[in-house]
Design a protein around this ligand. Structure first.
Ligand SMILES: [Mg+2]
Length: 303
Protein backbone atom coordinates (compact mmCIF):
# COMPACT_ATOMS: atom_id res chain seq x y z
CA UNK A 1 0.00 0.00 0.00
CA UNK A 2 1.33 3.36 -0.90
CA UNK A 3 1.43 5.97 1.79
CA UNK A 4 -0.83 8.95 1.53
CA UNK A 5 1.50 11.91 1.27
CA UNK A 6 1.23 13.89 4.41
CA UNK A 7 2.28 17.40 4.01
CA UNK A 8 1.62 20.07 6.42
CA UNK A 9 2.63 23.35 7.61
CA UNK A 10 4.99 23.85 10.35
CA UNK A 11 5.63 25.87 13.17
CA UNK A 12 7.20 27.45 16.05
CA UNK A 13 9.17 25.46 18.46
CA UNK A 14 7.92 25.66 21.96
CA UNK A 15 11.33 26.84 22.79
CA UNK A 16 11.02 28.67 25.95
CA UNK A 17 13.59 30.70 27.62
CA UNK A 18 16.52 29.53 29.36
CA UNK A 19 17.99 28.62 32.63
CA UNK A 20 19.89 26.07 34.51
CA UNK A 21 21.58 26.68 37.78
CA UNK A 22 25.31 26.22 38.15
CA UNK A 23 26.00 22.81 39.58
CA UNK A 24 29.47 21.54 40.41
CA UNK A 25 30.60 18.37 38.65
CA UNK A 26 30.99 15.79 41.41
CA UNK A 27 33.49 13.91 39.27
CA UNK A 28 35.73 16.91 38.74
CA UNK A 29 37.05 17.20 42.25
CA UNK A 30 36.79 19.86 44.88
CA UNK A 31 38.88 22.33 42.92
CA UNK A 32 36.05 22.90 40.45
CA UNK A 33 33.33 23.44 43.00
CA UNK A 34 31.99 26.97 43.41
CA UNK A 35 32.94 28.66 46.61
CA UNK A 36 29.94 29.68 48.67
CA UNK A 37 29.72 33.41 48.96
CA UNK A 38 32.42 34.13 46.39
CA UNK A 39 31.81 37.26 44.33
CA UNK A 40 30.55 36.89 40.78
CA UNK A 41 32.94 38.62 38.42
CA UNK A 42 33.09 39.14 34.69
CA UNK A 43 30.20 38.49 32.36
CA UNK A 44 26.64 38.90 33.54
CA UNK A 45 25.01 35.74 34.80
CA UNK A 46 22.55 33.95 32.56
CA UNK A 47 20.57 30.93 33.67
CA UNK A 48 21.26 29.06 30.43
CA UNK A 49 25.04 29.44 30.22
CA UNK A 50 26.09 26.01 31.41
CA UNK A 51 23.35 24.18 29.54
CA UNK A 52 24.14 25.80 26.19
CA UNK A 53 27.87 25.46 26.72
CA UNK A 54 27.44 21.76 27.48
CA UNK A 55 25.57 21.18 24.25
CA UNK A 56 28.10 23.09 22.19
CA UNK A 57 31.48 22.34 23.71
CA UNK A 58 31.27 19.11 25.67
CA UNK A 59 32.32 15.86 24.07
CA UNK A 60 29.84 14.27 26.44
CA UNK A 61 26.85 15.75 24.60
CA UNK A 62 28.15 14.47 21.28
CA UNK A 63 28.67 11.05 22.79
CA UNK A 64 25.20 10.99 24.33
CA UNK A 65 23.50 11.91 21.05
CA UNK A 66 25.53 9.37 19.12
CA UNK A 67 24.69 6.71 21.68
CA UNK A 68 21.00 7.26 21.01
CA UNK A 69 21.18 7.16 17.24
CA UNK A 70 23.63 4.28 17.01
CA UNK A 71 21.57 2.12 19.34
CA UNK A 72 18.46 2.94 17.34
CA UNK A 73 20.19 2.02 14.10
CA UNK A 74 21.03 -1.37 15.57
CA UNK A 75 17.33 -1.92 16.28
CA UNK A 76 15.99 -0.87 12.89
CA UNK A 77 15.86 -4.25 11.20
CA UNK A 78 14.06 -5.98 14.06
CA UNK A 79 11.43 -3.25 14.07
CA UNK A 80 11.02 -3.49 10.31
CA UNK A 81 10.76 -7.27 10.28
CA UNK A 82 8.01 -7.49 12.92
CA UNK A 83 4.70 -6.46 11.30
CA UNK A 84 3.13 -5.97 14.74
CA UNK A 85 5.85 -3.55 15.90
CA UNK A 86 4.47 -0.06 16.50
CA UNK A 87 5.72 2.97 18.40
CA UNK A 88 2.36 4.66 18.91
CA UNK A 89 0.79 3.95 22.28
CA UNK A 90 -2.15 1.53 21.87
CA UNK A 91 -4.74 4.22 22.60
CA UNK A 92 -3.35 6.40 19.79
CA UNK A 93 -3.04 3.44 17.40
CA UNK A 94 -6.70 2.59 18.06
CA UNK A 95 -7.70 6.13 17.10
CA UNK A 96 -5.46 6.19 14.02
CA UNK A 97 -5.78 3.10 11.83
CA UNK A 98 -5.07 -0.63 11.97
CA UNK A 99 -1.46 -1.54 11.38
CA UNK A 100 -2.03 -4.12 8.69
CA UNK A 101 -0.57 -3.13 5.36
CA UNK A 102 0.75 0.25 6.43
CA UNK A 103 4.24 1.17 5.19
CA UNK A 104 6.90 1.91 7.81
CA UNK A 105 7.84 5.35 9.07
CA UNK A 106 9.85 6.94 11.83
CA UNK A 107 8.58 10.06 13.55
CA UNK A 108 11.23 12.58 14.53
CA UNK A 109 10.90 15.89 16.26
CA UNK A 110 13.20 18.51 14.73
CA UNK A 111 14.55 21.00 17.25
CA UNK A 112 17.19 19.53 19.53
CA UNK A 113 16.33 16.12 18.09
CA UNK A 114 17.76 16.26 14.57
CA UNK A 115 18.68 19.97 14.30
CA UNK A 116 20.85 21.76 16.84
CA UNK A 117 19.68 25.30 17.60
CA UNK A 118 22.31 25.97 20.22
CA UNK A 119 23.74 28.92 18.24
CA UNK A 120 20.40 30.65 18.74
CA UNK A 121 20.47 29.81 22.42
CA UNK A 122 24.07 31.02 22.65
CA UNK A 123 23.03 34.40 21.28
CA UNK A 124 20.41 34.61 23.99
CA UNK A 125 23.08 33.99 26.61
CA UNK A 126 25.53 36.51 25.18
CA UNK A 127 22.88 39.19 24.69
CA UNK A 128 21.14 38.52 28.00
CA UNK A 129 17.85 37.74 26.29
CA UNK A 130 15.26 35.02 26.43
CA UNK A 131 13.42 33.18 23.68
CA UNK A 132 10.90 35.20 21.72
CA UNK A 133 9.02 34.49 18.51
CA UNK A 134 10.67 37.23 16.45
CA UNK A 135 14.27 36.27 17.15
CA UNK A 136 13.41 32.58 16.79
CA UNK A 137 11.79 33.00 13.39
CA UNK A 138 14.79 35.05 12.25
CA UNK A 139 17.10 32.23 13.34
CA UNK A 140 14.98 29.65 11.50
CA UNK A 141 15.12 31.78 8.38
CA UNK A 142 18.93 31.69 8.51
CA UNK A 143 18.65 27.93 7.79
CA UNK A 144 21.98 27.33 9.49
CA UNK A 145 21.18 24.89 12.26
CA UNK A 146 23.66 22.00 12.17
CA UNK A 147 22.52 18.42 12.61
CA UNK A 148 22.50 16.77 16.00
CA UNK A 149 25.45 14.32 16.10
CA UNK A 150 24.43 10.94 14.72
CA UNK A 151 21.06 12.06 13.38
CA UNK A 152 21.93 12.16 9.70
CA UNK A 153 23.56 8.74 9.61
CA UNK A 154 20.58 7.22 11.39
CA UNK A 155 17.96 8.88 9.19
CA UNK A 156 19.83 7.93 6.05
CA UNK A 157 20.09 4.33 7.24
CA UNK A 158 16.35 4.27 7.79
CA UNK A 159 15.59 5.89 4.44
CA UNK A 160 17.87 3.38 2.71
CA UNK A 161 15.62 0.67 4.11
CA UNK A 162 12.56 2.31 2.58
CA UNK A 163 11.40 3.94 5.81
CA UNK A 164 9.67 7.31 5.52
CA UNK A 165 10.95 9.98 7.92
CA UNK A 166 8.07 12.04 9.32
CA UNK A 167 9.20 15.39 10.71
CA UNK A 168 6.68 16.25 13.40
CA UNK A 169 7.62 19.66 14.73
CA UNK A 170 6.20 22.62 16.58
CA UNK A 171 7.72 25.05 14.10
CA UNK A 172 5.34 27.45 12.40
CA UNK A 173 3.78 26.95 9.02
CA UNK A 174 5.44 30.13 7.82
CA UNK A 175 8.88 28.66 8.43
CA UNK A 176 8.23 25.52 6.39
CA UNK A 177 10.32 26.39 3.38
CA UNK A 178 13.28 27.47 5.49
CA UNK A 179 13.00 24.39 7.68
CA UNK A 180 12.93 21.96 4.78
CA UNK A 181 15.90 23.76 3.24
CA UNK A 182 17.81 23.43 6.50
CA UNK A 183 16.99 19.72 6.78
CA UNK A 184 18.06 19.16 3.20
CA UNK A 185 21.26 21.15 3.63
CA UNK A 186 22.51 18.98 6.49
CA UNK A 187 21.68 15.78 4.62
CA UNK A 188 18.52 14.68 6.40
CA UNK A 189 16.33 12.66 4.00
CA UNK A 190 13.18 14.20 2.56
CA UNK A 191 12.32 11.35 0.24
CA UNK A 192 10.35 9.74 -1.16
CA UNK A 193 8.18 12.65 -0.13
CA UNK A 194 8.77 15.48 2.33
CA UNK A 195 6.49 14.87 5.29
CA UNK A 196 6.39 17.80 7.63
CA UNK A 197 3.67 18.08 10.26
CA UNK A 198 3.87 21.45 11.93
CA UNK A 199 1.53 23.30 14.23
CA UNK A 200 -1.54 24.42 12.42
CA UNK A 201 -1.86 21.14 10.55
CA UNK A 202 -5.56 20.40 10.22
CA UNK A 203 -6.35 16.84 11.25
CA UNK A 204 -9.94 15.91 10.36
CA UNK A 205 -11.91 14.57 13.31
CA UNK A 206 -9.28 15.49 15.86
CA UNK A 207 -9.17 18.39 18.26
CA UNK A 208 -6.83 19.06 21.15
CA UNK A 209 -6.28 21.56 23.89
CA UNK A 210 -3.27 23.40 22.48
CA UNK A 211 -1.49 23.95 19.18
CA UNK A 212 1.74 22.56 20.58
CA UNK A 213 0.11 19.25 21.55
CA UNK A 214 1.33 16.75 18.96
CA UNK A 215 -1.35 14.10 19.53
CA UNK A 216 -3.51 14.85 16.50
CA UNK A 217 -0.52 15.04 14.21
CA UNK A 218 0.76 11.73 15.54
CA UNK A 219 -2.65 10.24 14.75
CA UNK A 220 -2.42 11.69 11.25
CA UNK A 221 0.92 9.97 10.75
CA UNK A 222 -0.51 6.79 12.23
CA UNK A 223 -3.29 6.76 9.64
CA UNK A 224 -0.74 6.34 6.88
CA UNK A 225 2.20 4.58 8.52
CA UNK A 226 3.30 1.89 10.91
CA UNK A 227 5.54 3.84 13.24
CA UNK A 228 8.74 1.97 13.96
CA UNK A 229 10.28 4.50 16.30
CA UNK A 230 9.82 8.02 17.66
CA UNK A 231 12.59 10.47 18.49
CA UNK A 232 12.34 13.60 20.60
CA UNK A 233 13.81 15.79 23.31
CA UNK A 234 10.52 16.29 25.19
CA UNK A 235 8.16 13.77 26.73
CA UNK A 236 5.33 15.23 24.66
CA UNK A 237 7.15 14.17 21.50
CA UNK A 238 6.12 10.58 22.26
CA UNK A 239 2.69 10.86 23.87
CA UNK A 240 1.16 13.69 25.84
CA UNK A 241 1.56 13.62 29.62
CA UNK A 242 -1.67 14.13 31.56
CA UNK A 243 -0.50 17.61 32.55
CA UNK A 244 2.69 19.64 32.46
CA UNK A 245 3.64 18.98 36.04
CA UNK A 246 6.74 17.22 37.29
CA UNK A 247 4.64 14.35 38.65
CA UNK A 248 2.63 13.83 35.45
CA UNK A 249 5.76 14.00 33.32
CA UNK A 250 7.50 11.42 35.48
CA UNK A 251 4.41 9.20 35.42
CA UNK A 252 4.36 9.29 31.64
CA UNK A 253 7.98 8.15 31.50
CA UNK A 254 7.62 5.51 34.21
CA UNK A 255 4.46 4.20 32.58
CA UNK A 256 6.30 3.53 29.34
CA UNK A 257 9.70 2.68 30.74
CA UNK A 258 10.19 -0.33 28.51
CA UNK A 259 9.70 1.67 25.34
CA UNK A 260 12.60 4.04 25.88
CA UNK A 261 15.65 2.67 24.16
CA UNK A 262 13.46 0.35 22.12
CA UNK A 263 10.72 2.29 20.29
CA UNK A 264 11.18 5.73 21.84
CA UNK A 265 14.51 7.54 21.77
CA UNK A 266 15.13 10.62 23.91
CA UNK A 267 17.82 13.17 23.08
CA UNK A 268 19.32 15.23 25.89
CA UNK A 269 18.32 18.90 25.98
CA UNK A 270 19.13 20.82 29.15
CA UNK A 271 18.53 24.24 27.53
CA UNK A 272 14.71 24.45 27.46
CA UNK A 273 11.59 22.38 27.46
CA UNK A 274 8.45 21.57 29.36
CA UNK A 275 10.47 20.38 32.36
CA UNK A 276 11.37 23.99 33.15
CA UNK A 277 7.94 25.70 33.36
CA UNK A 278 6.60 22.57 35.06
CA UNK A 279 8.50 23.62 38.17
CA UNK A 280 7.05 27.15 38.20
CA UNK A 281 3.44 26.21 37.44
CA UNK A 282 3.84 27.13 33.75
CA UNK A 283 3.58 30.78 34.80
CA UNK A 284 5.64 32.49 32.12
CA UNK A 285 4.15 35.80 33.19
CA UNK A 286 6.37 35.71 36.25
CA UNK A 287 9.55 37.76 36.08
CA UNK A 288 12.84 36.06 35.39
CA UNK A 289 13.78 36.54 39.00
CA UNK A 290 10.55 34.97 40.22
CA UNK A 291 11.03 32.02 37.89
CA UNK A 292 14.60 31.58 39.05
CA UNK A 293 13.44 31.62 42.65
CA UNK A 294 10.86 28.94 41.90
CA UNK A 295 13.50 26.82 40.21
CA UNK A 296 15.84 27.13 43.16
CA UNK A 297 12.96 26.09 45.40
CA UNK A 298 12.47 23.03 43.20
CA UNK A 299 16.01 21.78 43.81
CA UNK A 300 16.16 18.62 45.88
CA UNK A 301 18.69 18.94 48.66
CA UNK A 302 18.25 15.31 49.55
CA UNK A 303 16.57 12.39 47.83
MG1 LIG B 1 12.44 19.41 20.20
Amino acid sequence: MRATPLFASLLLASLSGCQSLPVADPDAGAASAPVAGSPVEGAAAHDNLNAVLWMQRSAEYRAAARTVFQAATAGLDAALDDPTWDALVPAERARAAPLAGLPPAIIVDIDETVLDNSPYQARMVVDGNEFDDTSWEAWVEERRAPAVPGAVAFAQAAAARGVQIVYLSNRTAASGEATLANLRQVGLPLSPTPVFLGTGTVVPGCTQSSSSDKTCRRLLAGRSYRVLMQFGDQVGDFTAPAANTPAAREAMVDGHGGWFGERWWMLPNPTYGGWEPAVFDNAWDRTRGQRREAKRDALLLSR
